[in-house]
Structure formats: structure tokens, C-alpha cells
Ligand binder design. Structure first.
Ligand code: TAP
Length: 476
């Protein structure tokens, strides 16, 4: 056991306030009918800040502010002028990247190397990318004069707090909509820093509104009559509830939900590269990734070799202080998520799968889980079916490409998949047959704002990113 002590010099780049209000109509305001909650650092359990909880009246205020901004300023504004604001926001994100990365790691628990090198650069890239579309919507293949929808109500999860915000807000603003966004209860702080960035960019008041709170706040937002478009990323269960509540209204809906991706390794794949891809696929962001490669399918003939390489590589992973640049695996985002991971892994052992983790010293405070693999997993095991959303990999085997396809598709989800092979023809053959929105070949967890992302089956509908991501926010 060792004491977790955040590196003081990196911590000091963030100017954390003791408490935060709601961001409505361009100002931080006190909640009228809600209370407050604490956002904590999952690596130390220290309280980072007290955050306002928006009640239904606050959500109503935010939607009205967004509607006013839509009618009076943002809707009528020419695309080239909207683009200037988005470019300005993108540049400020780059300028304040270090501050954003440290705050993201403090509030979420993810390693600073990931927030610094992956999350924040992608956030800026999304704003740059969609800024470029704002004055070219008539050339997006969506008709000559596509129109915005109005106020978008957006609800996001805790695994990539600022990146999910960017995926939602950048296309909505580029297409002329205004937004009310609810971040996850456990990770509200970078969304509030983003609100400050909107002020810094002189974004007209009401174009972006941030209402913090728990599930009830999200529910009040998606059920509000003034919302024309609901965009939700989160669990399949909550997605279902939202689909039910939106059914029969005029609201448009996109859902980005859970996943249980297969990462498929053939016997002609370069083993070292595949092992890196497997590790990145499941241990990136502690496995809190909707498209994580949480089911490894290995061709039987290379099973021993791949497994030995994987165990060797896992033994090198450093678990610990998210603010340490050498950390590979940070903290689990919340006590509740840790409990879910523990429960599912206990079920995995009880069902007869064999559990293995490298020797790993975990801090005594905070929420931690050692990188774990299960072998001897069968397709009926819960750990092969349920989304664990943690650093836990289930290993299965296959003999033929057809068997790999069958096993990979044997899930209610359909968000992503990975293929490792030397043969281009096999990549195309597999990609044609895999029911997954994204198929990576000889790589995994690669994201780009130009590329549409989204699921089949119970992983949701609609696409975010790329030209396709514009459609969700336009009447075409
Ligand atoms: P959820 O529990 O579904 O929460 C997502 C968001 O919805 C949070 O802001 C949550 O607020 C809010 N919420 C909860 N109940 C609600 C309700 N009845 N009405 C409206 N909003 C409600 O998911 P999570 O645990 O935060 O995130 C993990 C899940 O997200 C995983 O299943 C993962 O696969 C999925 N995910 C999917 C993607 C894509 S792109 N497909 C990306 C990331 C994550 P609270 O935070 O207060 O609960």
C-alpha cells in the first residue's frame, strides 16, 4: 500500500473554485430549485468542489435561454460568423490544454498522459473540424439549404467528459442549434471550465448552457417541451428510458450506448503489435470505453504465444497516480463503478473462468482495480456478455474466420470491433460481416473527428463525427 499524493506542481495549473453554479444565459447562476453535490477526485476521495444541482425550474431557465439565443442570435447568424466563434473556442482549448488535461485527470481519474495526448487534442480537433463545416452546410450532401432544429438537449457520461461534450456541442453549434448540456454527476468540472472558455470566446449568451446534476436533471432536460433534439451518450438502460420518453413527441433523438467489442487476432498477425493493440484496446482509460476491446478472440494456433506476450506486457503496466506522466492505468471513476466491476469479476470466477492479474500494488485510498484477464471464458458467461466498463478482458478462442465472425457478432451490442491479420483480403472479408459501427484493422481505439462513430443493434443509432454527424442536427 502507498499513499496517493498528487504531484503539487501539476495540480497548481488548475484554479479550482470551492463551488460552481449553473451556466445559464452566459453567466454562472445559483440554482433556484436544486441543491448541490460534491465532485471528488476518484484517486484520493478528496472533495474537489461543490457543484450546483439543477432542478426542473433551472432546466427550464436554461432551455428558455437557449431558445432566446437561437431565435435572436445564433439561428439567424451566417455560418461564416458561427465558424469564427468555433475556431476561437478551438484555439482557446489549445491554449488552455494543460489546465484542461489536469482538471480532467483530477475529476475523472484517467492518466494525464491520456488526457494530455488524446482527450484534449481531440476536443480541439472536433471544434476545428466542425468550425470548417459551419459555412459549407449546403455542400454537405444534405440538400442545398439544411436548417437547424432549435435547442439541443445533450446528456453525456463520465468516461470522456470533455471529449463527449465536444462530440455533442461542436456539431450542434456549427449547424446553428443552441444547446443545454448535462455532464455526468461524477465529472462536471471540465464542462464548467468549458463554460468559462465560452465566456472568454465572447460566445453570445445562451448559445451554450451547462446544467449540472444527476439522472433527474438529465431526465428533466430530455423531457422538456422546448427541446427539439435529444442527444444522449450513456448506458443502454438509460438510453431505452429516454427513447420511451421521446416516443410520440416531435423531438429528434440520437443514442450512443454500450458495447462489448471483439478484438480478433489471427495467426498471421505480428504478435507484438497485436499484444500492444489488445492492451490499448482494454486498458486505455481503465477500460471505461464504450468501444473497448473487452472480448479477445484469439486463433487457437497462436493462443499460447499471444497469452504469454499479453501477460508479460500487463506486468509492465503502471497503475497509480493519474497525474504521474508514467502512469498507464489510473483510478476507477467512482465507488459505484468499482462495485460493478468487482461484482461482474466475482461472477466470472464463480462461473468457472480463470482469473489472472499481474502483481500490482494499489493505493489504499481512492478507487482502484488491477488490470485483469479471464481465460477459459465461454460465450454464455456473463463476463463475455455484459459490459463491464473496467480494465477486465475476457479471452475466447476460435479456429476459422467464420467462427470468429459468429462469435464476434454474438452480442446484443454492435459498436466496434478489431481485426489483427497480415492479409488485406481477410480484413475486407471480416469487415463486411462484422455487425459493428466501427471496425479497426491492425489498430484499436483510434478516433478522428472526420470519421463517423456510432453503433448497430443495442449500441444505439445515429452517427457522431464526420459529415454524418451534421445530419443529426439538421432538418434536411
Ligand atoms: P448512464 O448511467 O446511462 O449515464 C449517462 C448520463 O445520463 C449521465 O449524465 C447520467 O447522469 C444521465 N442520466 C441518468 N439517468 C438518466 C435519465 N433517466 N434521464 C436522462 N439522463 C439520465 O451511463 P454512464 O454510467 O454515465 O456511462 C457509461 C455508459 O455509457 C456505458 O454503457 C458506455 O458504453 C456508454 N458510453 C457510450 C459511448 C458511445 S459513443 N456509444 C461513449 C461513452 C460511454 P448521472 O451521471 O448523474 O448518472
Amino acid at each position: 500500500m502507498f499513499e496517493y499524493a498528487p504531484a503539487p506542481e501539476s495540480r497548481s495549473v488548475v484554479d479550482l473554485k470551492p463551488s460552481y453554479g449553473l451556466f445559464i444565459g452566459g453567466d454562472f447562476v445559483e440554482p433556484g430549485d436544486g441543491g448541490s453535490f460534491k465532485s471528488i477526485n476518484p484517486a484520493s476521495e478528496e472533495v474537489l468542489a461543490e457543484v450546483a444541482e439543477a432542478g426542473p425550474g433551472d432546466v427550464d431557465r436554461a432551455v428558455r435561454a437557449a431558445r432566446r439565443a437561437y431565435d435572436e442570435v445564433w439561428g439567424p447568424m451566417p455560418g461564416r460568423d458561427r465558424a469564427k466563434y468555433l475556431f476561437r473556442i478551438a484555439r482557446i482549448i489549445q491554449e488552455r490544454a494543460r489546465e484542461l488535461a489536469v482538471l480532467e485527470s483530477l475529476d475523472n481519474g484517467k492518466p494525464i498522459r491520456e488526457s494530455r495526448d488524446v482527450d484534449i487534442p481531440l476536443v480541439a480537433a472536433h471544434f476545428f473540424y466542425y468550425a470548417g463545416w459551419a459555412d459549407k452546410l449546403g455542400h454537405a450532401g444534405l440538400g442545398s439549404d439544411p436548417r437547424p432544429l432549435g435547442v439541443a438537449g445533450q446528456v453525456i457520461p463520465w468516461n470522456f467528459p470533455l471529449l463527449m461534450l465536444a462530440w455533442k456541442i461542436a456539431p450542434a453549434l456549427a449547424t446553428g442549434n443552441t444547446v443545454v448540456l448535462k455532464p455526468a454527476e461524477t465529472t462536471p468540472l471540465t464542462a464548467l471550465l468549458f463554460a468559462e472558455i465560452c465566456q472568454q470566446a465572447d460566445l453570445p449568451p445562451g448559445v451554450v448552457n451547462i446544467v449540472t446534476g444527476a439522472g433527474a436533471t438529465g431526465q428533466a432536460l430530455v423531457e422538456h417541451d422546448g427541446v427539439a433534439k435529444v442527444a444522449f451518450t450513456g448506458s443502454t438502460d438509460v438510453g431505452r428510458q429516454i427513447a420511451r420518453s421521446v416516443a410520440g413527441t416531435r423531438k429528434r433523438l440520437t443514442l450512443e450506448l454500450g458495447g462489448k467489442a471483439a478484438n480478433i487476432v489471427f495467426d498471421d498477425a505480428p504478435v507484438d503489435q497485436a499484444v500492444e493493440g489488445i492492451v490499448n484496446g482494454i486498458f486505455f482509460n481503465q477500460g471505461h470505453v464504450c468501444c473497448a476491446g473487452s472480448r479477445l478472440l484469439v486463433q487457437e494456433s497462436v493462443y499460447d504465444e499471444v497469452l504469454a506476450g499479453l501477460k508479460r506486457r500487463m506486468a509492465q503496466l503502471r497503475v497509480g497516480d493519474p497525474l504521474d506522466k508514467n502512469t498507464d492505468v489510473g483510478a476507477i471513476n467512482s465507488a459505484a463503478q468499482l462495485e460493478r466491476i468487482r461484482t461482474l469479476t466475482e461472477i466470472g470466477s464463480a462461473e468457472g473462468a480463470e482469473r489472472w492479474s499481474p502483481p500490482c500494488e494499489l493505493p489504499d485510498r481512492g478507487f482502484w482495480f488491477a488490470p485483469t484477464i479471464f481465460t477459459g471464458v465461454s460465450q454464455t458467461h456473463r463476463i463475455a456478455r455484459d459490459e463491464i466498463f473496467g480494465p477486465v478482458l475476457s479471452v475466447l478462442t476460435f479456429r476459422t474466420p467464420a467462427e470468429a465472425v459468429e462469435k464476434a457478432n454474438n452480442t446484443p451490442y454492435g459498436l466496434s470491433a478489431g481485426i489483427w491479420t497480415d492479409k488485406g483480403s481477410r480484413i475486407l472479408w471480416m469487415a463486411d460481416r462484422l455487425r459493428a459501427g466501427v471496425v479497426w484493422a491492425n489498430t484499436f481505439n483510434k478516433f478522428d473527428p472526420t470519421s463517423p462513430f456510432g453503433g448497430f443493434k443495442e449500441s444505439g443509432y445515429g452517427r457522431e463525427g464526420g459529415r454524418h454527424g451534421l445530419e443529426a442536427y439538421l432538418d434536411v
